[in-house]
Design a protein. Structure first.
Lengths: 349, 375
């Protein structure tokens, strides 16, 4: 049945094809580019040239195109928390916060206010219906491109009002489809990393410009000073490279970051191993969950078997510590990746 | 049905302008470079001089004072200049970005506005000293339609300094007699706010004032703006200015009545509508409102859906809505309301006004209902 849908068009090839597929399916389609970041950027979702790309593709598809300015909200809900989390010694995932607060909150609500039935994005994930009639987010068909991890916060209301057509496609097929349709973005390179961090400056200059960076001491498990770091904000749990400590008998990893004292503790791999991880702020696809699950702790990490109890994940096998600020995403345990659907997610502490 | 209430952004081409331009576009035997010495060239140059005379009459200057440019932004940029020492420029807080941005890059002093958006001559005076080179205050604000006291400001500047006075009169040209209202040394105007073609304007340089050209190499416009002139565009610009001067009294009365009907209709049908500035300090064609309890972007989206063209604050290069520096300079908090500019012009009809009232009422009602459902 034809619906009135609002397509989030970043100016990239994925959302361009998503819009094309919606038009071909006979929906009444309007394209929107969200203006999120006014500062320096390599490309991401924010620059005028990306807005132009989205506008040109919309013209090719003969649909209307609008720009929504969510710059203030992006600053408040994505950029500032990114800085705050780094300052407190955590490792934030700004793409998740952008999906949580901007795309699947503000944008979704804006669509409702403007009288659109559903929103459409170019994410590699699928929405499936379970036996009890509730909806779940499932991994995209292209497992290498799967973005279900960063969309884990979609609840029943959001899932009911979202279409993810690209989840059924592999990236090579999608590029072919873009070329076949002559879309201007068909050969555009994939966007990389965080849209508001430039390649040249990196996280380092971004954080330095927003409150400075703090040097710190590196100590071993016994508390002996073995080196120094220029900026404790840039150190991540599990990090091995760039520590510049010598004379150790085995490879050393960051096992803890104490931002109050500006102390980075390192140790051998075994010091990183944990039996369980704790979390806060869980969000659930439907009802809450207690019991076995496959738990993924980073965007491209492997989902490992564990048991979820209250605010803890108990790993079946000890694993490396999860950096605070990263999301733990709980998938329904299933042997095939394609059958793994999201039960919920939370922030590791 | 549709309504176009965005004349302050750009006004449709007047018939008089189109008629004047057509021969220069259509007839091969009329075409020439106006600097050429042959008869076709001389005719094209004559057309420029005729146009120059019309512009000169409309602003009250000598025809040698008129320099044709590529529009208001170019005229403003040239007037503001480049590489001035910090503090040498004094500009109003609500200037158009074409003045404000180059001024801020040169460390300009900014004259504040009062809550009605007016730059008072008394607030300009303390910013002036021996190092002041140029004072720039717009004649009419593009967002609110407020008329600035340029005559008083110019008097203060001339009494206290040798600085030049520039005024961006782009929004004033359709409504005011600039010979009376804008006694500035430098004055920017453009054609497309009153029915001329886009991309053609002029910088008026009175009293042989010293202005550094932006484009050099060719000697056109007495070495003040190099490059082959846009003959058809300039002819159309002048024709629109002439037509606008000819029908000013009748047009102003008609637009004032339509604007009043629009304001009355909107305030009657929708609660929480505030006029940003009062009628006695603005030009008749620009109405600025704030509407409580709705957001600007969704409002413009729904108005566009119903084919009512108007503006909120200023549009960024990307097409996104940006916050208004004009409203914030006036101390107006727009966090919980939608600013809206409805601007009328030569082609505005009563039917458009009726349509606009209906569309706006419908959109605001819808948005308030949907906000209530969610909240």
């Amino acid at each position: 049945m034809a619906e009135r849908v609002l397509v989030a068009m970043s100016g990239g090839v994925d959302s361009s094809v998503a819009a094309a597929l919606m038009v071909e399916a006979g929906h009444e389609v309007v394209g929107v580019t969200m203006k999120l970041w006014g500062g320096e950027s390599d490309s991401g979702c924010c620059s005028v040239s990306d807005v132009d790309d989205a506008r040109w593709v919309a013209a090719q598809l003969d649909i209307e195109h609008h720009v929504f300015n969510f710059g203030e909200e992006f600053l408040e809900h994505v950029v500032q928390p990114f800085v705050t989390t780094h300052r407190s010694g955590g490792t934030p995932n700004p793409c998740i916060e952008c999906n949580r607060h901007i795309k699947f909150d503000l944008f979704l609500d804006r669509a409702r206010v403007l009288g659109f039935e559903r929103i459409v994005t170019g994410h590699y994930a699928r929405i499936v219906t379970t036996a009890d009639g509730s909806r779940r987010l499932a991994r995209g068909v292209d497992h290498a491109k799967d973005q279900s991890y960063v969309l884990h916060m979609l609840d029943q209301a959001a899932l009911a009002r979202t279409i993810l057509p690209v989840g059924e496609w592999t990236k090579p097929d999608l590029r072919d489809a873009a070329h076949a349709r002559g879309l201007l973005t068909a050969a555009k390179p994939d966007s990389q990393d965080v849209c508001f961090i430039t390649k040249s400056g990196g996280r380092e200059s971004f954080l330095r410009d927003r409150g400075g960076l703090t040097p710190g001491r590196i100590v071993d498990a016994a508390g002996r000073e073995v080196g120094t770091v220029e900026s404790t904000e840039l150190v991540t749990i599990g990090q091995r490279k760039g520590l510049n400590v010598s004379g150790m008998s085995e490879p050393q990893f960051v096992v803890d970051v104490d931002r109050t004292e500006s102390v980075v503790t390192i140790g051998p791999r075994r010091d990183l191993r944990v039996e369980e991880s704790r979390f806060v702020d869980p969000v659930w696809a439907n009802l809450g969950h207690t019991g076995p699950a496959l738990v993924q702790a980073s965007a491209h990490g492997e989902a490992l078997p564990a048991v979820v109890h209250g605010d803890r994940v108990v790993w079946d096998q000890p694993r490396d510590r999860v950096a605070p600020g990263q999301s733990l995403v709980f998938y329904e345990a299933a042997p095939a990746l394609a059958d793994q659907t999201i039960i919920g997610g939370a922030i590791a502490t | 049905m549709s309504a176009y209430l965005d004349h302050a952004a750009s006004s449709p081409l007047r018939i008089e302008a189109l008629d004047a331009m057509m021969p220069w576009l259509e007839h091969h035997d009329a075409h020439a470079n106006p600097t050429a010495s042959h008869r076709r060239g001389r005719r094209a140059r004559q057309a420029l001089d005729d146009a120059r005379a019309i512009i000169a009459d409309s602003v009250g200057c000598g025809r040698g004072d008129v320099v044709f440019t590529g529009g208001g932004t170019e005229s403003d940029n040239v007037a503001v200049g480049r590489g001035r020492p910090p503090g040498a420029l004094v500009v109003g807080a609500t200037e158009h970005p074409a003045v404000l941005e180059p001024a801020q890059r040169q460390g300009a002093k900014v004259a504040p506005v009062n809550d009605a958006g007016i730059v008072d001559a008394d607030t300009v005076e303390p910013l002036l000293d021996d190092t002041t080179e140029l004072v720039s205050v717009m004649t009419v604000n593009n967002e609110t339609g407020v008329i600035q006291p340029i005559r008083e400001i110019a008097e203060v500047v001339r009494r206290r300094t040798n600085a030049l006075v520039h005024t961006d009169a782009v929004q004033a040209l359709p409504w005011l007699d600039l010979a009376v209202h804008a006694p500035a040394d430098l004055l920017s105007v453009t054609g497309h706010k009153l029915g001329g073609p886009q991309g053609v304007g002029a910088l008026v340089i009175r009293n042989g004032s010293d202005v550094e050209p932006l484009l050099v190499g060719g000697g056109q416009e007495r070495d003040r703006r190099a490059g082959t002139q846009n003959v058809a565009g300039i002819v159309g610009f002048a024709a629109a200015v002439q037509a606008s001067a000819d029908d000013r009294a009748e047009r102003l009365a008609r637009i004032d009545a339509l604007a009043t009907a629009l304001l009355d209709g909107v305030t009657e049908a929708i609660s929480g509508v505030e006029r940003t500035v009062s009628r006695d300090v603005r030009v008749p064609g620009i109405i600025h409102l704030t509407i409580d309890g709705v957001q600007s972007e969704p409002l413009l989206f729904l108005l566009d859906d119903a084919d009512l063209a108007c503006s909120a604050a200023s549009s960024c290069a990307s097409g996104a809505q940006g916050a208004s520096h004009v409203l914030s300079a006036m101390g107006l908090d727009t966090a919980n309301c939608a600013p809206l500019r409805l601007s009328l012009g030569w082609s505005t009809t009563e039917a458009e006004i009726d349509e606009a009232i209906q569309t706006l009422t419908q959109a605001v009602t819808t948005l308030r209902e949907r906000a209530a459902v969610h909240g």
